[in-house]
Ligand binder design. Structure first.
Ligand SMILES: [Fe+2]
Ligand SMILES: [Fe+2]
Length: 133
């Protein structure tokens, strides 16, 4: 479920490297959830930090390269962060039944969907715009 696969590769080393760490941390979180480990919120916190840093990098790169899809991509990031912050708060308040693995299913779905749709589109733009002439 959290394994890296070729379909997730976008061809920009910085982005692919970040996505690998995101998936890796998502897997750690998934294992904590399955084991009903008390470290769940710490692992979720780590995933949030990796995600925030990665989104900042992508957004800075998009602005720097005058990417026309910036607005939509940034809105997608903001939406994802809002959802993950809500999950963190719900988890802290004890309102999320983590044993259902809903949390990890949610993360898996949005991560892959965003990578395959938004990130791949930006990566093709970036690769063509920084191509040496
Ligand atoms: Fe993105
Ligand atoms: Fe990304």
């Amino acid at each position: 479920m959290f394994e890296w696969s070729g379909e997730l590769e976008v061809g920009v080393p910085e982005i692919d490297r970040d996505h690998r760490s995101l998936l890796c941390q998502a897997r750690v979180l998934d294992e904590a959830v399955k084991a009903n480990d008390p470290g769940i919120s710490r692992e979720l916190g780590a995933l949030i930090l990796i995600t925030e840093a990665h989104f900042r990098w992508e957004e800075g790169s998009m602005r720097e390269h005058g990417y026309e899809g910036y607005g939509g991509h940034k809105a997608d990031h903001d939406h994802l962060l809002k959802q993950i912050y809500t999950l963190r708060d719900e988890l802290a308040a004890g309102r999320v039944d983590v044993s259902s693995s809903l949390l990890t299913l949610f993360i898996q779905v949005w991560t892959r969907k965003h990578i395959v749709e938004r990130d791949r589109a930006y990566a093709s733009y970036l690769r063509s715009s920084v191509q040496p002439s």
